[in-house]
Design a protein around this ligand. Sequence first.
Ligand SMILES: [Mg+2]
Length: 330
Amino acid sequence: MSEVVSTRVSTYSRELRERFVTALRGVSEYQVIKFELCDESGTWHVGETVETPKITGDSHSQIMAELESDVIGLITGKEISEAIRSIEESNLTGSTKAAVDIALNSVIGKGVRQGFSIATDVTIPITSIENLPALVADRVAAGFTYFKVKANNEPTADLIAKLQLIEELTPSGSHIRIDANQAWDFGHTAEVLAAISDSGLVIDYLEQPTPARDFAALAKVKAISLIPIMADESCFTPADLTELIALNAMDLVNLKLLKAGGLTIAREMANTAAAAGIGVYIGSMMEGDQSLSAAASLASEVAPELVHDLDASWWAKESDLRYESGRLYL
Ligand SMILES: [Mg+2]
């Protein structure tokens, strides 16, 4: 049985090829926090996290403080399964838990795997309609055929015009998903759904149209929608998942390691969701290669046939990961 012998924390910065803009935030460069732990054989295992205060509420300084102090006492000298449990049961932020849990899963062979590929969409950020042709051309040239279009609280006619243009600009057989990142209320969502229906546009799914904690609004949307509804920011914890299932508030869920607090809980949530007939997709924040690789490994474990949301490293100016024909290769 392996034990955690020591830990270390470092950071590196990641620059994006272009600004990533959603209804919640805009980002061009960010710090990746790298957490490593050494097992008894002297092997170092890596986990990563980032701050996403607008989404998780966890700040860089808080995560660093937790990794550099609290975590050491919780896992040092402990056997791995005990360390995993003690992180899971702690009051640490989800972003901190994720970094530690990814590294701990690596020790027991349930972390990042190599030698596989997984299909992913690519994000089209919020931008003006004039900028769309160049943005879409870049993504089509890179081989993507699934496009996640970030929406804002723009007039419905403007959104429809954008979606129609994207459909024209992408190869036939391409797929469009919409992610409103909580920007709409129920009334606006109903208006958009009706307009999509009238337009004849084919949309894979609509992700998180309404505010995160308003589960009733999401359930109302699902009740009227002909398009599958996905929960993202509404679903952080196993308790959220259980409540969303009970309310019949979603068809699909976007699980992320930084929301769930790592692989252990995300894996459990994926099983719970699948057992309830919910389609499980794995996504990520704008993260580093290591935590994205952990997310991709989970995606290929729980839903290898689906097209996930794992384009974060495509956005990075520098990455060791390879994207080809809409797939991420590890
Ligand atoms: Mg989302």
